[in-house]
Design a protein around this ligand. Sequence first.
Ligand code: CO
Length: 151
Amino acid sequence: MIRNIVQVGDPVLRKICSPVEKFDEALGALLDDMKETLRREEGAGLAAPQVGVPIRAVVVDVEEGFFEFVNPKFVWQKGEQTGPEGCLSVKGKAGDVRRPNKVKIIFQDRKGDRYSLVARDFFARAICHELDHLDGILYTDKARNVRDVED
Ligand code: CO
């Protein structure tokens, strides 16, 4: 099911999201809906608070594949890259953000099983952007020269 993506100004985007504790059918349904919604919008990532659910779950869709990260945490962040970002909750804008170039995260899947993953370049950028959402941070808080773009 396609979910409505909340836009900047909605307080849910500024919440510190709660850890996921129940790995139940509702979580699976939410993640399925987030995937469908992300695919429809042709975005690189979507965090649960962006569909109005302030829990620590994100989906990322990049060259390396489609990923679901539940309760993700950084293990380390290395290097630096600066590049353009947009956000499905900040329509019609883009801005340049400095991010680490390589990150390692630990996370759980929808069943609660634990994994770790190393990502670099755009994949690392997407992870950083989505994990910021879980702490109520938008890329526009960090970006230089936020500008209008065509959707
Ligand atoms: Co975003």
